[in-house]
Write a new protein. Structure first.
Length: 421
């Protein structure tokens, strides 16, 4: 249960932070954000402010942003739709209720025949069931529609649609989601360092000595400077831990310096199974740097280190061939969440940072339907000095969605086989 809760929270944070990036820059660019949803599925709660409807939905996985004019924003009202029109004192439509879940008082019963809610802003139809007269009403620029599920959103005139923003603002809006994930990763790594009490240093020096460990029983103490193990000189904590790992249940001689004294002690590393292999451990950690600026710096350096590893994996697809085992989907993510949950809260914070970097980088891959694919279309538009036609862009996006769905199915099936069989 703890792993399930952690998975929901982590996945939710990642997606909401990502979508908030798109939301914030879109609003600043004059693009109408019709809805910002936390969660998916049926609506649980909704409120409207400054043209945007904020919703909380029942399924606590992710969220989304509906920007006016984007491919995933449906705003058409089909002919024959039964609606109730709320008019202002000048007889202009300020609210269109197409839902049978919401009752509007003092409205005009209306069967919609035709609409233009993007350019000229009007709708035509038959009032109160009288099909002998086709009536037309002017629609206010900021009028709202109550959709079939009861969600009220603002209509999307062409001047506030995504394509009406400048090219640079559209590019910034597309990039803002991954950018927010990078910021989240940096902050989470800084938080991890603070929760851990500092940043581990790769010095040949001991940090915390665990109680009742082989190291404590042998008399080793925090800040002891390591000189050699079994006669082999050590210059870093990595050198020390690698030698110890190779000697499970085998006595080793550790030469160290404490103050002005040089001492040698014999320690027998405890055998511990890691990845189906027995390794030696003596119960010590690396020394830590507790300075605030070091922890802040760690947020950036660790983010760059993990990002470099991700780029190497992506590069291996080109040099070493494609392999599904290099990818992981929701099933793999859940499995890893279970492992990190067992290690405690600090480990989950680290895992959040790691996943946030992954999400940001993967979204920048130039595949249509991903943010990277959209940015490629923006660059093509800049070169051509005109956008692709909506038809061509729709085809490209559809192909991208098809590729992503196929890849997700293959990765999920591969994850199920790897983790459960």
């Amino acid at each position: 249960m703890a792993a399930i809760i952690a998975f929901i929270i982590i996945f939710g944070i990642l997606v909401v932070v990502h979508e908030f990036g798109h939301f914030y820059v879109a609003k600043r660019s004059g693009i109408l954000v019709r809805e910002f949803s936390v969660g998916m599925g049926p609506k649980l709660f909704a409120t409207r402010k400054n043209g945007t409807t904020y919703t909380i939905r029942w399924l606590p996985l992710g969220g989304y942003v509906r920007m006016a004019g984007m491919a995933d924003d449906e705003s058409e009202i089909e002919a024959g739709t039964q609606a109730t029109l709320i008019l202002n004192d000048q007889g202009q439509v300020q609210r269109i209720n197409t839902s049978d879940k919401v009752t509007t008082l003092n409205g005009v019963p209306f069967q919609i025949a035709k609409t233009d809610l993007q350019k000229e802003l009007w709708l035509e139809g038959y009032e109160a069931g009288d099909e002998s007269e086709l009536k037309r009403y002017s629609v206010l620029h900021d009028a709202t529609i109550i959709e079939a599920d009861g969600t009220e959103v603002q209509i999307a005139p062409v001047d506030v649609q995504f394509q009406s923003a400048t090219l640079i603002n559209r590019m910034l809006t597309n990039f803002a989601g991954p950018f927010n994930n990078f910021i989240l990763a940096i902050v989470a790594f800084i938080l991890f360092a603070m929760l851990s009490g500092g940043v581990a240093q790769n010095k040949a020096q001991l940090g915390t000595i665990q109680a009742n460990s082989p190291a404590q029983k042998a008399g080793l103490k925090t800040d002891d400077k390591l000189l050699a193990v079994n006669g082999d000189k050590v210059t870093s904590f990595t050198d020390f831990s690698q030698i110890i790992a190779k000697n499970p249940n085998k006595p080793v001689q550790i030469k160290y310096q404490r103050g002005q004294q040089t001492k040698t002690v014999t320690v027998t590393p405890k055998a511990v199974t890691q990845d189906k292999t027995k390794v030696g451990q003596v119960g010590v950690t690396a020394s830590q740097d507790h300075r605030i600026m070091t922890m802040v710096k760690y947020g950036f350096t660790q983010s760059w280190s993990i990002a470099s590893q991700i780029f190497k994996v992506l590069g291996s697809f080109l040099t070493g061939g494609f392999s599904l085992n290099k990818l992981s989907g929701p099933v793999g993510m859940y499995s890893m969440t279970t492992q990190f949950t067992e290690q405690g809260f600090n480990a989950l914070v680290y895992f959040l940072a790691f996943l946030s970097l992954n999400l940001g980088i993967m979204n920048l891959i130039p595949i249509p339907a991903l943010d990277g694919g959209k940015l490629v279309l923006n660059v093509i538009e800049a070169i051509r000095r005109k956008p692709l036609s909506p038809e061509k862009e729709g085809i490209v996006t559809l192909v991208g969605v098809g590729i992503m769905v196929l890849l997700m199915v293959l990765v999920t099936w591969n994850d199920i086989q790897r983790f459960f069989f």
